[in-house]
Design a protein around this ligand. Sequence first.
Ligand code: GDP
Ligand code: MG
Length: 598
Amino acid sequence: VDTTRIRNFSIIAHIDHGKSTLADRILEVTKVITQREMREQYLDKMDLERERGITIKAQTVRIPYRAADGAEYVLNLIDTPGHVDFSYEVSRSLAACEGALLVVDATQGVEAQTLANVFLALDNDLEIIPVLNKIDLQSADPDRVKQEIEEGIGLDTSEAMNVSAKTGLGVDLVLEAIVKRLPPPKGDREAPLKALIFDSWYDSYQGVVVLFRVVDGTMRTGQKLRMFSTGAEFEVTRLGVFSPGPQDVQDFGPGEVGFLCGAIKDLNEARVGDTITTAAKPATEPLPGFKEVKPMVFCGLYPVDANDYEQLKNALEKLQLNDAAFTFEPETSQALGFGYRCGFLGLLHMEIVQERLEREFQVELIATAPSVVYKVERHDGTTFSIDNPSKLPKQQDTAALYEPFARVEIHVPNEYVGNVFKLCEEKRGIQKDIKYLTATRVIITYELPFAEIVYDFFDRLKSGTRGYASLDYELIDYRASDLVKLDILLNGDPVDALAVIVHRDKAYYLGRDVALKLKKVIPRQMFEVVIQAAIGAKVIARERVAPLRKDVIAKCYGGDITRKRKLLEKQKEGKRRMKRMGNVELPQEAFLAALKAG
Ligand code: GDP
Ligand code: MG
């Protein structure tokens, strides 16, 4: 392909502003997919994505396009996820592009993720085309939103387009703007091959599939390639593009985006951010890679049935092939037995991984409450990190505890400012800045303990602002905090999997609340269950679950047979999510009691 005829672009937007819908219309207008094949959010391939209506993995598609000037162009569209947990996927995709369509919902305006994505695009030197979407809606106010973009972001909107991704209005203009306003890729065809890996995954038929963008040089099938960082060499057996299904291609030149398959053993040999070169004429310098992403939220995952341990291990390994940001290592809990400590970018990422494990790999799990990574300082001044509250040493053995802090930016209409302040103060926040984006929209900046965000912050923020607030955060540093471990004891035994680390000021309240919640979710058993919450040796709350009266089942006998069966089935159903702690049966909800407390 002639390099001057290539346009590589992403669509960036705040969640729900319509980027997947715009991608759908672009695919339809250019006839990459026919109307018959069309289903909503075409690029969101995973079932889970479709159900939750969000994009998790970035997707690429090659779009042949005959422009108004009569020339044939190749547009490579790279769809990106919009949620804050997945911003690492966004930045990877942007590194493969020259330009981005910035979609802003004309009924809403500039939101936290709009701004965050624009900054990512600017970091990657992308040309940005503003697109005002949902113009078909009565409440659309494109002029106001343009002003927000001009004032809040500093982008010129004189050529911004009014579009309805739903009806297709204005989509032709967007395609022309991509061709006219985005620069073609630059690159030296004669130079040694340099291609950037921006995604890779494991496919059960193809093996490892690598998504890349050629920067310099050329690539063709049969060639022997080398991965820059590991030196691993392999022969390319297949080159192709998605358009939208896979199509074979013989060779690639500068600026082209495609996938390759070859004799690559595992994903560690095709690391995202690495540079592909040739074995015969290797490049001397790699391309700048990506910042490594570190999981920030951890939880324990345990099979409900201990016999499923190996199956869980297999599932985790498979899943990691498709999700480099997710980590796991074996862990043993006195209470839960053998399982894994798993690391995630955020809470949404965690929920999605858990759901995928259960859905795609049929493993039933007990998940412990999520925890952030704390730093512990010993009396001799040395420090270490813990990602599991049960690993916190006794108070007398620690000199200080540190927790991660995040800088949080919240966009909100001014009538909800008071509610946001209240929530942030309650969450131990430190106010940093307030500025007006427009006369009615405010940007509030706080520094908050990351743990407070991980728990129920999003939900509380949404409900306190009738869904109007949006948020972006970034971790900034670790700070000393007065933290304690809250232990939960069942019939006198501490249950390691129920321990949480909390701020001392909140421990008392949380302890009582967790004990109450547990009382509600622990089913009555044949004996009394005493629930205690304790800090160190000090018990701060006590509840009891009275023993089951033996005649509950007996009463059903002789009665209606279907009712009896129903009861037994219900019990069986309940069992599936139970774990035995000593002799007490605990349902999954028990492990999330601390999360839902407060
Ligand atoms: P994304 O999160 O940015 O990918 O947003 P989606 O494309 O999933 O769109 C979010 C919601 O807005 C969906 O319910 C879409 O049907 C709707 N939507 C997207 N574009 C338009 C539009 O131009 N007009 C209207 N009325 N609704 C739209
Ligand atoms: Mg989407």
